[in-house]
Ligand binder design. Structure first.
Ligand SMILES: C[S@@+](CC[C@H](N)C(=O)[O-])C[C@H]1O[C@@H](n2cnc3c(N)ncnc32)[C@H](O)[C@@H]1O
Length: 269
């Protein structure tokens, strides 16, 4: 990463390698039933962006291949890049098990090991939030460099003002500044204006969509406290409210966007 402090860099990668070891039983031991239970309808969900058959697509920070698989199922030519060797090895197993030929590379998103104009599409989900904002901008510059002219990037970051994220960021502040907890992969939250500034001069067109208007109704997986505590008969109506708010924010009431738990950046080169 551009802020290259060797020890920090090692520790940072170590956390992801450890994470891969924790995920491993779900994936490497072939306990796909558990995987389905854990990720619920997020597993094998269609990619959260439009794509076409035959497109050359980079998944930056692919992890264990959660999204790379549905991309390849839809006949995208998917390439996965990750900073963690152990994540890549999970990804390799997961893709092979599902009948795909993995194309995977170890690398850092702030220095992509690809030539200019290589990809039709680049996406990066749940990655920028763990990087400093300076490194985040560097990643966006690299994405633009490896995209073909007219190609599109889809980058997911957490919204600054979603109540759930405000609470998280308050607790994180306490744990870092009061309890002195060192967290190499701490979360960063983004405001729409900040995203536009970050992309200025890098992309020709930037659109931001907002998603997941909660709290507190995350019912995608059975393993959240919401799913367990909120009575089952309320799940469907609460989900409907969330979908409706999302629709309103992205179609008519743009001022609601900053309250989305998730912001998706769609940027064209
Ligand atoms: C929270 S996981 C998300 C995985 C996957 N994108 C998904 O949505 O399931 C973050 C992933 O990004 C990878 N990562 C973190 N920093 C990175 C960097 N600078 N360059 C490339 N990959 C990185 C981690 O190793 C990890 O696999």
């Amino acid at each position: 990463m551009i802020i290259r402090e060797k020890d920090f860099f090692k520790e940072y990668i170590g956390v992801w390698d450890e994470g891969a070891e924790k995920d491993a039983p779900f994936i490497t031991l072939g306990i796909e039933v558990l995987l389905k239970d854990y990720y619920g309808d997020l597993l094998d969900a269609p990619p959260p962006f439009p794509m076409k058959e035959g497109e050359f697509i980079l998944d930056l920070g692919c992890g264990w291949g959660r999204v790379l698989k549905p991309v390849m199922d839809r006949k995208g030519i998917g390439v996965g890049l990750d900073i963690s060797g152990k994540m890549l090895s999970l990804s390799r197993d997961h893709l092979k098990k599902n009948g795909h030929i993995p194309r995977l590379t170890r690398g850092d998103g702030t220095r992509l090991p690809f030539r200019e104009d290589s990809f039709d599409r680049v996406y990066s989900l749940l990655v920028l939030q763990h990087l400093s904002k300076e490194n985040g901008r560097e990643v966006m510059q690299e994405i633009s460099r490896v995209l073909k002219e007219g190609g599109t990037a889809h980058v997911r970051v957490p919204g600054r003002f979603a109540p759930e994220n405000l609470l998280f960021s308050f607790l994180q502040f306490i744990s870092i500044h009061v309890f002195r907890y060192r967290d190499p992969i701490r979360m960063r939250f983004y405001r729409p204006g900040e995203i536009r500034r970050m992309c200025r001069g890098i992309f020709s067109n930037v659109e931001i969509t907002a998603h997941e208007f909660r709290p507190p109704w995350n019912f995608h997986t059975k393993w959240t406290w919401h799913y367990i505590l909120v009575p089952r008969f309320l799940h469907r109506p609460l989900r409907k409210i969330s979908d409706r708010l999302e629709n309103l924010a992205n179609r008519h009431l743009g001022f609601l966007k900053p309250f989305g738990v998730v912001l998706m950046i769609h940027a064209r080169k």
